[in-house]
Ligand binder design. Structure first.
Ligand code: PMP
Length: 353
């Protein structure tokens, strides 16, 4: 008998590369190419270091209050965590304690199965159809909970809230998590449905549309009861997840709605330009409502394009997984970055043929 028999063994999630070399065009982890709201810089610039002596507010009230106002819910309906990864991990722990399998698509955010394995939650992946669309019927069978990313990643496809509502309606005896990490770029949010369904948890993040991936802020909105359960688990784990810098900077970000809208509009405009250019070069892709495009070329394998771009210091994401090995996921950068990427692709395709 070895001590190793008692180790919880896990196969960890593999995050996208974070190259330390600044000389790259980084389009591989869906960050926003624009800085956070100017108010965030002001807060950090004038930060009163003395507050670091004390523990932060364990209830994260300042941020919960302003998010509640922004999303027209009560502060008791908001939970905040260290990025939506933390919120999702805590939600899996709290809500998925059934012997029946939790259901999510076969092609989706690849952290879901990692958390399920970590917590020993049974799960079953439901295959997306040939167009990478969700088949509603797959989520109408018996289950221990549901996780749906809408828009989905890495496909970029958004489904209408009416379809999610039909799924929730048929699943009121389990918790349904809707991961809306990318919703601000053109999806429709399920937040209005939390009034109607006590078992619905909607999760969002500051990492994409609010340009604050490095600050690690995510949040969930749901019924007061659901949020109470989530807080009970959090306070049994670590009371002080959110540091005071993140709380203050997060508030400053939400205060500037105009900057937020403007940033999102810029990313969306660049995405639409990128789609046209990719189509011109012979790529096909599902219609993205996110800050990335999931594209496959009609004749060049995904792996080859991924490696070629990397050689040229352009980082995109590629998975060596069945059904998607021919695709690359390209995050939307600035206009200039996308122009450079398109020109590198164009040149390569021309010379290869
Ligand atoms: N959900 C989805 C679908 C994502 O793609 C990501 C980004 N990797 C996350 C959640 C987590 O993002 P964060 O922890 O930065 O909020």
């Amino acid at each position: 008998m070895s001590w190793e028999n008692n180790v919880r063994k896990v196969v960890p999630y593999v995050a996208g590369e974070q190259p330390q070399n600044k000389n790259v065009i980084k389009l591989n982890t869906n960050e926003c190419p624009y800085p956070p709201a100017p108010g965030v810089e002001a807060v950090l610039h004038h930060f009163d270091y003395d507050v670091l002596r004390k523990y932060p507010d364990p209830d994260v009230s300042a941020l919960r209050n302003i998010l509640a106002k922004r999303y027209q819910v009560e502060p008791e309906q908001v939970f905040v965590g260290v990025g939506s990864d933390d919120v999702l991990a805590m939600s899996f722990l709290t809500f998925f304690n059934s012997d029946k399998p939790v259901l999510f698509p076969d092609i989706t955010y690849s952290f879901y199965d990692v958390w399920a394995d970590l917590y020993r939650i049974p799960y079953e992946c439901q295959p997306l159809d040939e167009n990478f669309e969700i088949k509603k019927e797959d989520y109408l069978k018996e289950n221990g909970g549901l996780v749906i990313a809408n828009p989905n990643a890495p496909t970029g496809i958004a489904v209408p809230v009416s379809m999610i509502e039909e799924i929730i309606q048929a699943n009121q005896d389990v918790v349904v998590i809707v991961d809306e990490a990318y919703v601000d770029f053109g999806g429709e949010s399920c937040i209005p449905l939390v009034e109607k369904y006590e078992n619905l948890l909607v999760v969002q993040t500051f990492s994409k549309s609010r340009s604050m991936a490095g600050m690690r802020i995510g949040f969930a909105i749901g019924s007061k009861k659901l949020i109470r359960f989530l807080n009970d688990a959090k306070f049994s784990f670590n009371s002080y997840t959110m540091n005071v810098t993140a709380i203050t900077a997060g508030v400053a970000s939400v205060e500037d709605e105009a900057y937020f809208q403007d940033t999102v509009a810029k990313v969306v405009a660049t995405r639409e330009w990128t789609k046209k250019e990719l189509a011109r070069l012979g790529f096909t892709f599902p219609d993205s409502k996110t800050n990335f495009v999931f594209a496959a070329h009609k004749s060049i394998p995904g792996q080859e394009i991924f490696e070629m771009l990397r050689e040229k210091n352009i980082f995109v994401r590629h998975w060596n997984k069945p059904r998607i090995e021919n695709y690359i996921r390209i995050s939307i950068g600035t206009d200039e970055e996308m122009k450079q990427m398109i020109s590198v692709l164009e040149q390569y395709i021309k010379e290869r043929n």
